[in-house]
Design a protein around this ligand. Structure first.
Ligand code: UFG
Length: 337
């Protein structure tokens, strides 16, 4: 049995599906702060299984204690967190409170209740503007450029120290690159609230006519086509990495009690390439224009995935065009078009 915090969210819902497909029983805790119950329906539609659901805030220690009392999970995947970079700059305390307190509660309760394994959602943001590309897990982290990024760095350190101090605890931090796309059934996907910050939701909303025009933030970077380079990873591939990480710890195959893995494709794709790929794979034209660079963006980041490939035995498989088709299929599902 696995506790999935934030299991109604974008990555959490896809991971829940893959866990169920792999035969795990799942308990979801979510407070719908950036998600809603439709994803639970989607999980049921795909798997035919209704995971146990508890509506609670991971920052509410007593509510979480009741979850630990009631369910005998050995493993936790901790997704629940705030993730808007810009908002974190404006409201740092909101981010520090939420993202740190929820992790502290979970780690304390895991110790108290003797639960062994945790997967933590980290981010390529910890690498910042890396000096060497692609980045490996040993590439030095750069000082965080936002409170959001700082919560990921601090959380990694808290996890490392807690695992070091508790010999029955194992942890894996997965550093996600840029998750995109949706489940091939189009029954679950990303549901951004308000104006999307991320590229692919902005693209799909523009294609749907919800947004007038996509802005491409910068065409004057020192890259082959002048736009930023990212490692766009399919959401189902990303979800599968969590199942493998849990299996590694459950089966006692981890080499160290705390490990870090990059979860990306290993392939840099530019913003222009992604936009053109979206148009091509969905056979449509997108209204876009070049706009000034966005503050805080790094020029390029992509993963060296050797460690995940060799140690976890995991690799990204879905073709980018299929991923981009799934993103559009999901948007059409949401908008009934
Ligand atoms: N972009 C546009 N137009 C848009 C949105 C994005 O051109 O409307 C560009 C960005 O400038 C960037 C690329 O598309 O070059 C990807 O942008 P996203 O916002 O989709 O993703 P980021 O790489 O900026 O963000 C990701 C994660 C964050 C993380 C951040 C920093 O979503 O959680 O990386 O590493 F903090």
């Amino acid at each position: 049995m696995v506790l999935v915090t934030g299991g109604a969210g974008y990555i959490g819902s896809h991971t829940t599906v893959e866990l169920i497909n792999a035969g795990y029983e799942v308990v979801i805790v979510d407070n719908f702060s950036n998600s809603d119950a439709s994803s639970l329906e989607g999980i049921y539609g795909i798997t035919g299984v209704k995971p146990t659901f508890i509506e609670a805030n991971c920052c509410d220690r007593e509510a979480m204690r009741r979850v630990f009392e009631a369910y005998d999970f050995a493993s936790v995947i901790h997704f629940a967190a705030f993730k808007a970079v810009g908002e974190s700059v404006e409201q740092p305390l909101k981010y520090y409170q939420n993202n740190m307190l929820s992790l502290l509660n979970i780690l304390e309760l895991m110790g108290e209740y003797g639960r062994q394994n945790i997967v933590f959602s980290s981010s390529a943001t910890v690498y910042g503007d890396a000096e060497e590309l692609p980045v490996t897990e040993r590439t030095p982290r750069k000082p965080a450029t936002s409170p959001y990024g700082n919560t990921k760095q601090m959380a990694e350190d808290i996890l490392r120290d807690t695992v070091a101090a508790n010999s029955s605890l194992r942890g894996i931090a997965l550093r996600y690159f840029n998750p995109i796309g949706a489940h091939p059934t189009a029954l679950i996907g990303e549901l951004p609230r308000g104006v999307p910050n991320n590229l692919v939701p902005y693209i799909t909303q523009t294609a749907a006519g919800v947004r007038e025009c996509l802005s491409i933030f910068g065409d004057d970077y020192d890259t082959p086509d002048g736009s930023c380079l990212r490692d766009f990873i399919d959401i189902v591939d990303l979800a599968r990495a969590h199942v493998v990480a849990i299996g590694r710890m459950v089966e006692d195959k981890n080499k160290e009690r705390y490990e870090i893995f990059n979860v990306g494709t290993g392939r840099p794709v530019s913003v222009f390439e992604l936009v053109n790929g979206f148009e091509r794979s969905n056979n449509l034209k997108l209204n876009y224009r070049v706009a000034p660079r966005r503050a805080g963006d790094v020029m390029a980041v992509w993963a060296d995935t050797t460690l995940a490939n060799e140690e976890l035995g995991w690799k990204a498989e879905r073709e980018l065009e299929d991923t981009l088709r799934s993103a559009w299929a999901w948007e059409r599902h949401v908008r009934n078009i």
